[in-house]
Design a protein around this ligand. Structure first.
Ligand code: MEV
Length: 307
């Protein structure tokens, strides 16, 4: 049987989540881990997702136009590629799932890449992009597109939404960060809606906060380019505070940030949509100490190098 594989990167938003939905720039890193998809003829059309960190089956669905988001997403992929028949897609995800590290975009990119090869004629990147734009809107409503841009290309870049989005690659020295999940997270769509309600209730304050995030991003870009990690860390702390004021942090995220800073991290912030999910800490000199402190407090922390 033919087996075809595709890959997509997970992502770490270094600066600017949420404000990016409102037009501000953000800085994101595509991670060397994410999702790998394998396509093969099966007994029936099915999409299975395995958590590569635990080996557990996360989900197994059939394509269904009016089904769950995952069933709809799989149906949309097959429809866009005009594929029919008992096509099995098996995806392994190597980042925490649904926790702000871009697992859904990585899954969609990996599956779309594997499926486009299955069609038997070379497909342009734009077709993979069209599939992932569709599945990401099924999962997240009206996303900025930042997750999908990172999942497709990796690397560190500044992203500003628009038609087309602006993507500027940044050159940053490889740096070690510590990541931990802090608890279950509601959907990105509901968190983005919550920030929307904050904008409705306090339009002036919310737009000033967004502008401040934009300034943090501009300064962070300069500091990242210089490898000025002390400044990068301070700006992470400021960005976390601004996210707190938007209402997307949780006691668990705040606690993990405080533990990491106390253990020597230069800075720490939530990453992704928040409401739970992941935080990361910058500790280029002493990542082990930060991992240990978080683990002692019961967090499943791990170190990752932003390449
Ligand atoms: C989610 O990874 C990032 C958010 O800014 C939403 C988006 O950009 O679509 C919270």
């Amino acid at each position: 049987t033919r087996r075809l594989v595709g890959q997509g990167c997970g992502k770490l938003i270094l600066f600017g989540e949420h404000a990016v939905v409102w037009g501000q720039p953000a800085i994101v890193a595509g991670l060397p881990r994410g999702a790998t998809a394998l396509v093969r003829m099966a007994e029936k059309a099915s999409l299975s997702i395995v958590n590569g960190r635990t080996g557990a089956v996360h989900a197994e669905v059939e394509p269904k136009a009016d089904g769950s988001p995952l069933e709809q997403a799989y149906q949309a992929m097959l429809d866009i590629l005009e594929l029919e028949g008992p096509i099995g897609v098996h995806v392994t995800i190597d980042v925490p799932i649904g926790a702000g590290l871009g697992s859904s975009a990585a899954m969609s990119v990996a599956a779309a890449r594997a499926l486009t090869q299955f069609v038997g004629k070379p497909m342009a990147t734009t077709e993979v992009e069209a599939i992932v734009a569709r599945t990401e809107s099924i999962f997240h409503g009206n996303p900025s597109g930042i997750d999908q841009a990172a999942a497709l290309g990796g690397g560190i870049f500044q992203y500003t939404r628009g038609t087309p989005a602006s993507i500027e690659a940044l050159w940053v020295e490889p740096v070690s960060v510590v990541v931990t999940e802090t608890g279950p997270a509601p959907s990105t769509a509901s968190l983005v809606e919550g920030v929307g309600r904050f904008h409705d209730a306090h339009p002036k304050i919310a737009s000033r906060i967004d502008e401040l995030v934009g300034e943090v991003v501009a300064d962070a870009r300069t500091a990242l380019a210089k490898g000025d990690w002390g400044t990068v860390g301070e700006l992470m702390n400021v960005n976390h505070g601004l996210l707190v004021s938007m209402g997307v942090s949780t006691p668990g995220l705040d606690r993990a940030c405080h533990i990491a800073r106390a253990a020597g991290a230069l800075g720490a912030k939530l990453t992704g949509a928040g409401g739970g999910g992941c935080m990361f800490a910058l500790a280029p000199e002493s990542p082990d100490e930060v991992v240990r402190a978080l683990q002692e407090a019961g967090f499943d922390a791990f170190e990752i190098t932003i390449p």
